[in-house]
Design a protein around this ligand. Structure first.
Ligand SMILES: CC(C)(COP(=O)(O)OP(=O)(O)OC[C@H]1O[C@@H](n2cnc3c(N)ncnc32)[C@H](O)[C@@H]1OP(=O)(O)O)[C@@H](O)C(=O)NCCC(=O)NCCS
Length: 208
């Protein structure tokens, strides 16, 4: 059994954490092929802001081969989204202009660039009793070994320590494994979003 260790994420873990994001970026499966034109684009959306704006709630999983997972959270989603818009996104907007033309022809990377200019922030009043939110991803070699549960328990303990009354998260509606995992950890469905079929399922858990 390999030795897995959870430790705080440091700024120099950025590339490794972005790699984990890419390797799990297609609804839990390898998304490398989708974002080949800019392998950092996905991490810039889902990882970078947490590492740099919420370092107290950024943890990585490491084995002898290096970083193989992370769990990232924002303690206060409203405050996090304000800083996302004011501090994190402007340099990305300057680097990557908003894509033009027929949206149906955009690449997945162009969709992410659009999101730098129009961030997909979903935090309705019904979620305000779950003010924290999180993301967890483990590459295949770390999956199915109880490490996801360990990571999650580590993160929830950190949020409880800072008096968070609840946490929410969003997952791709086709990611059945993640759905089963979150249910097992006590998360309940809050909302399904998307038409005609739901694209994202939001789930929440009260703390402690
Ligand atoms: C989803 C993910 C975080 C789960 O972590 P994991 O380490 O594989 O899961 P664990 O081994 O810790 O399982 C924890 C519990 O969930 C249950 N579980 C996990 N996958 C399950 C499944 N497909 N069906 C039913 N139960 C499942 C386990 O049985 C286990 O229960 P137990 O602790 O009571 O024995 C991980 O597989 C992953 O990162 N996948 C790819 C990326 C991804 O989908 N991230 C989520 C994006 S929203």
């Amino acid at each position: 059994m390999p030795d897995f260790r959870i430790r705080p994420c440091r700024p120099e873990d950025k590339d490794a954490a972005y790699w984990v994001c890419l390797k799990t970026g297609d609804s839990g499966n390898d998304g490398t092929h989708l974002y080949a034109e800019d392998p950092h684009a996905l991490g810039n959306t889902f990882v970078g802001p947490y590492i740099f704006l919420e370092p107290e709630f950024a943890f990585v999983l490491e084995d002898e081969q290096g970083v193989c997972g992370y769990v990232l959270a924002a303690l206060d989603s409203a405050a996090f989204y304000r800083r996302l818009v004011q501090e994190w996104l402007p340099p990305l907007q300057a680097q990557h202009p908003e894509p033009q033309g027929d949206r149906a022809a955009w690449t997945p990377t162009q969709e992410l660039y659009y999101g730098y200019h129009h961030p997909d922030i979903y935090y309705p009043p019904a979620f305000h009793t779950f003010p924290s939110h999180l993301h967890i991803d483990l590459v295949p070699r770390a999956q199915g070994r109880g490490q996801g549960r360990r990571m999650m328990e580590h993160q929830l303990a950190a949020l409880i320590d800072r008096n968070s009354p609840g946490v929410h998260l969003g997952l791709s509606a086709v990611n059945r494994r993640a759905y089963a995992f979150y249910r097992k950890l006590g998360f309940v469905e809050l909302e399904r979003v998307g038409t005609p079929e739901p694209q994202v399922i939001y789930m929440g858990k009260r703390l402690p």
